[in-house]
Design a protein around this ligand. Structure first.
Ligand code: PEP
Ligand code: MG
Length: 547
């Protein structure tokens, strides 16, 4: 028994048997067909039937959204056009696996060319093709295997498509060899409140199917084949943590009573209801662009007023921080920003795009002011991607002109931290977007898996920028919050408070864990941890130093 270390997501703990996710299949070879066409055709037909039955059975067991996805995949396996296409290829001398692979690739290209919803389904065909080829090869199907008992899923990494088939009732934890704190696995784990440890070096060599394991997300460790005493200890610890997480929905505070308001990140009125249920004290980031991702043209003032009013109405007497449209890079809007740029993350995005289309910004600020006037919520408004004090001044002046009282800036570009004193003189508050701040500080595209390890907000370079902002906020007597994913990491949340951050905003599912963790430390201890993390030489060292 030995502990493997990685990056923990959340603070949960789980004990169960290892369920290994098969490695992706090697593509078939181009070897010519050697067998008999009729016999191979029959073998493919049987494999297609088997895969369709298996997908149907999993669909029935899954229910909900996953059921529809799996049923659609089963239909794709039974489509007679596929078998006919395979037959033609076999007759042309192509081997069975390659014939299946290429037949599905052809259909995938057709769907992709159709665009829209059909194009989104195209990758599902790849999954079906892999399953059929696996059956022909006699190896386990790729993707998340079915399990009839509680399990700890061990994988190289999880793709977004894997998440639809994850059985949340039986999957107690996720452990991956690859991936960083912003990988799909980490995001899924956070949104479903599943304990996870990602980036565990040596995991795939060490973990054995069916073996017992303890996953401790707070410690970032995985113990394979633990002894009974360790299992008992882990189960007792699990109970204690669950009790803490299920504690009353108190306001966010440290052990010494220092208040740290806990707010939610939302993108729609539906998210607002969930946030309230989970005890959010308000909204720290309302991503308004999420309402208009599919809109072909800029929404009218009336339409926007109605949407914002619906959200604000859910928070009478509470703070709601709305971010004006953040278009570009990972969130393109058809009606705002440049469609084609070589480096969209460094392009005309965020406030820059709005400034270049000022009528759209004016309409939005007007709609926000209307919604504030129609409700009891305390509306604050902020701009994304503000780079310096001139941009901050522009936005604050426009907000005030259009009737908004509390106007601030997001700190996502490192320059704004370097100029924190100037910016805080102008703005009513600052909210740190650690996702983009990390991306820009470390020059690591947040959408690229190959640099995911550098996308780590624990990096001391990021922490030092946060401290510059926290210090400037304290000097100016203004709020400096965090609304990036970093606030949802309980251990990092403590460090952020130690760096001078005054509010934390996160997806609502993370609130309970962060609330519980804050209650375990005093401000003095949080500051001591922050100090140790600041002196570290890497993200991993900072994480360890703050433990
Ligand atoms: C951020 O960059 O940290 C942030 C909160 O904004 P988004 O994730 O929407 O870019
Ligand atoms: Mg951002």
């Amino acid at each position: 028994m030995g502990a493997l270390a990685g990056i923990g997501v959340g603070r949960g703990i789980a004990v169960a048997r290892v369920l290994r996710m098969p490695e992706p299949l090697e593509p078939p070879t181009d070897e010519p067909l050697t067998g008999d066409v009729d016999a191979e055709h029959e073998r493919v037909r049987a494999a297609l039937d088997h895969v369709a039955d298996e997908l149907d059975a999993r669909a029935a067991a899954a229910g909900g959204e996953a059921q529809a996805v799996l049923e659609a995949a089963a239909l794709m396996a039974q489509d007679p056009a596929v078998l006919a296409d395979v037959r033609t290829r076999l007759e042309d001398g192509v081997n069975a696996e390659r014939a299946v692979w290429d037949a599905y690739a052809g259909f995938r290209d057709m769907l992709t060319a159709m665009g829209g919803y059909m194009a989104e389904r195209a990758t599902d065909l790849d999954d079906v093709a892999q399953r059929v080829v696996a059956r022909l090869r006699g190896v386990p199907a790729p993707g998340v295997p079915a399990s009839d008992q509680p399990c700890i899923l061990v994988a190289r990494d999880l793709a977004p498509a894997d998440t639809a088939t994850l059985d949340l009732a039986r999957t107690l934890a996720l452990v991956t060899e690859e991936g960083g704190p912003t990988s799909h696995t980490a995001i899924l784990a956070r949104s479903k409140s599943l304990p996870a440890v990602v980036g565990v070096a040596g995991l795939l060599d060490a973990a054995v199917e069916g073996q017992r394991a303890i996953v401790d997300a707070r410690a970032g460790t995985v113990v394979l084949d633990p002894d009974d005493a360790s299992v008992d200890g882990a189960l007792a610890e699990r109970e204690a943590r669950l009790a803490a997480a299920a504690a009353p929905l108190t306001e966010g505070a440290l052990a010494d009573g220092t208040r740290v308001p806990l707010l939610a990140n939302i993108g729609s009125p539906r998210d607002a209801a969930a946030a309230i249920e989970l005890g959010a004290e308000g909204v720290g980031l309302f991503r308004t662009e999420f309402l208009f991702l599919d809109a072909p043209a800029a929404p009218s003032v009336e339409q926007q007023t109605a949407s914002y009013t619906e959200v604000l109405r859910a928070f009478p007497g509470r703070r709601v921080i709305a971010r004006v449209l953040d278009a570009g890079a990972d969130k393109p809007l058809a009606f705002l920003g440049e469609a084609r740029e070589e480096n969209p993350a460094l392009g005309l995005r965020g406030l820059r795009a709005l400034r270049a289309n000022e009528p759209i910004l004016r309409d939005q600020l007007t709609a926000l002011a209307n919604a504030a006037a129609a409700t009891e919520a305390e509306l604050w408004v902020m701009a994304p991607m503000v780079a310096d004090v001139e941009e901050a001044e522009y936005f604050v002046a426009l907000g005030r002109e259009l009737g908004l009282q509390t106007v601030g800036a997001m700190a996502e570009v490192p320059s704004i931290a370097v100029l924190a004193d100037q910016v805080l003189e102008v703005c009513d508050f600052v909210s740190i977007g650690t996702n983009d701040l990390t991306q820009y500080t470390l020059a690591a595209d947040r959408q690229l898996g190959s640099v995911a390890a550098m996308q780590d907000p624990w990096h001391p370079a990021v922490l030092r920028l946060v401290k510059m902002l926290g210090d400037a906020g304290a000097r100016a007597g203004k709020h400096v919050g965090v609304c990036g994913e970093a606030a949802a990491d309980p251990a990092l949340a403590v460090v952020l408070v130690g760096l001078g951050v005054t509010t934390l905003s996160m997806s609502a599912s993370a609130l309970a864990d962060v609330r519980a963790e804050l209650l375990t430390v005093t401000l003095e201890e949080a500051r001591a941890r922050a100090e140790r993390a600041l002196g570290a030489r890497s993200a991993a060292e900072a994480r360890a130093a703050a433990a």
